[in-house]
Design a protein around this ligand. Structure first.
Ligand SMILES: *Cc1c(COP(=O)(O)O)cnc(C)c1O
Length: 473
């Protein structure tokens, strides 16, 4: 058994893979959007006895691709109107392949100076786009959850300079985190991980427009028993996961400034709007934040594991994460550089930023602006189309997330569920159901740059047909 292949074998393997990937990439729309969840069949399809001695690469590749093609929700499908999972763009796919091959180690600057400097450039570019001044800092993270966790750690270390040393045991007051009831649950998770506990996350109810209710927030702050509690951070969401709603960032920033509270904006999805001249005004106020979460693996259509944490407080990442070691390389000690491992939860680090750098080299900011505008237009097209066939839109956002139901069925708890089950069983489109103020709604998000009016027309036809058969039962 050889652990490496020769040149001819490698080329053949790569050829097989590239043909299979091309087949998937060019015909994604022919796949059933979602699999049958037959757990027995799925588990039996996974090879076990072959693990002992291995099989031929051709067979192994064919097996893995068949498994993924048969048993996945096809998020790259143009009729996946789903959660914020994009179709990966080609630059991102190639970037992951290149990264895996060179396997640069981004923990230490001196091991991968080109890669680290590329990431720093991208961080600076985004800091600039979001309106931070030249002093901002940031780091690539694996996702929005890690970025939100990083934000909470930064807020703690900013307010309590001994937090890195003494942890939660050193706190004199219980730090409270405020976010809206529609904020992402990675915030509760972050509170669990940092050790303050999720009971200190105060979920503020939302207004009729589904935004964090700043009056209730102000009231909660006024009522806070300061002998026990201390407000730590307020998190505004820019593009909630359920409804794409953007909180009142200016007002939140004002409340934070007045009360000396860390202002974090979770723009995991909605941050993409900053790339469009037509949409960016919706994010006004984000430039006044102390930190931002932005997931490039959502609206920037790069493969998973690509997110950005930004902060306007340029010393805080170092204060939060710096640690000195004997074994890390010291070649760059005298250079004015940042050692990535002193800025991040991660240690060994993949070249995450290449997916964005290569995408920008392939398509430019201008290409991104076009594709983001296109998706926003498709969201508007879907809204109009639904309104024309008598649907009610239940959310309010300029982003392409549409939540809708029929007036006659608002109180019928079976309506959305039954129709959704039928649509998913057919597997021509994928969408979800999301409750808004107790009313279940269909939720459709344009998350694929290849989704056009044709796919939207088909979705709405499918929904309308299902309503007819639901009523006819
Ligand atoms: C998706 C999402 C997250 C979590 O990001 P991951 O990349 O999945 O870790 C956090 N906040 C919001 C608003 C999100 O939509």
């Amino acid at each position: 058994m050889q652990f490496d292949f020769d040149n001819k074998q490698r080329k053949e393997i790569l050829k097989t893979v590239s043909e299979k990937l091309e087949n998937y990439y060019s015909s994604t729309k022919d796949f059933k959007t979602n699999p049958d969840l037959n757990i027995k069949e799925i588990r039996e399809s996974i090879l076990t006895k072959e693990l002992a001695n291995g099989i031929s690469p051709d067979k192994a590749i064919e097996h893995v691709i068949k498994g993924l093609e048969t048993f996945s929700v096809h998020t790259p499908h143009p009729k996946y109107f789903g959660l914020f999972n994009p179709r990966s763009n080609y630059a991102g796919i190639i970037a992951d392949l290149i990264t895996a091959t060179y396997n640069p180690q981004l923990a230490a600057w001196s091991h991968a100076p080109f890669a680290v400097e590329v990431e720093e450039l991208i961080i600076r570019e985004f800091a600039n786009k979001f309106g931070y001044d030249g002093n901002a800092d940031g780091v690539f993270t694996t996702g929005g959850a890690e970025a939100n966790l990083t934000a909470m750690l930064c807020a703690l270390n900013h307010k309590y300079p001994n937090f890195a040393k003494d942890g939660a045991f050193g706190l004199d007051k219980k730090p409270v985190v405020f976010c809206s009831a529609e904020a992402h649950h990675s915030i509760q998770k972050a509170a669990k991980v940092v050790g303050i506990g999720y009971s200190l996350v105060e979920s503020i109810p939302v207004t009729d427009e589904l935004k964090l209710d700043t009056e209730i927030l102000q009231q909660k702050l006024n009522e806070l028993d300061l002998s026990v509690y201390s407000p730590l951070m307020i998190i505004g969401t820019a593009g909630t996961t359920g409804t794409g709603t953007i909180d009142e960032l200016n007002q939140l920033s004002f409340i934070c400034k007045k009360n000396n509270i860390w202002f974090h904006v979770d723009a995991a999805y909605g941050g993409g709007a900053i790339l469009s001249q037509d949409l960016k005004h919706q994010l006004t106020g984000i430039e006044k934040s102390d930190s931002i979460t932005f997931d490039a693996h959502k609206w920037m259509s790069v493969p998973m594991g690509t997110s950005i944490f930004l902060t306007s407080k340029n010393d805080i990442l170092g204060k939060t994460f710096r640690i000195s070691t004997e074994y890390m390389p010291k070649e760059a000690d005298k250079l004015t550089i940042t050692e990535p491992f002193t800025h991040s939860i991660q240690w060994s680090r993949r070249f995450i930023g290449l997916k964005i750098y290569l995408s920008l080299l392939f398509y430019g900011w201008q290409g991104y602006e076009q594709t983001i505008n296109h998706q926003a237009e498709m969201g508007q097209y879907l809204r109009n189309k639904l309104l024309k066939s008598g649907w009610l839109i239940k959310n309010y956002t300029g982003l392409p997330v549409v939540c809708f139901t029929k007036a006659d069925f608002e109180t019928d708890t079976n309506f959305t569920k039954e129709i959704l089950d039928k649509i998913l069983a057919k597997g021509k489109s994928w969408l979800s159901v999301y409750p808004i103020k107790g009313i279940p709604t269909f939720r459709a998000c344009i998350t694929n740059y290849n989704t056009t009016e044709k796919e939207i027309d088909e979705l709405v036809d499918e929904l309308n047909d299902e309503v007819i058969s639901y009523v006819g039962q």
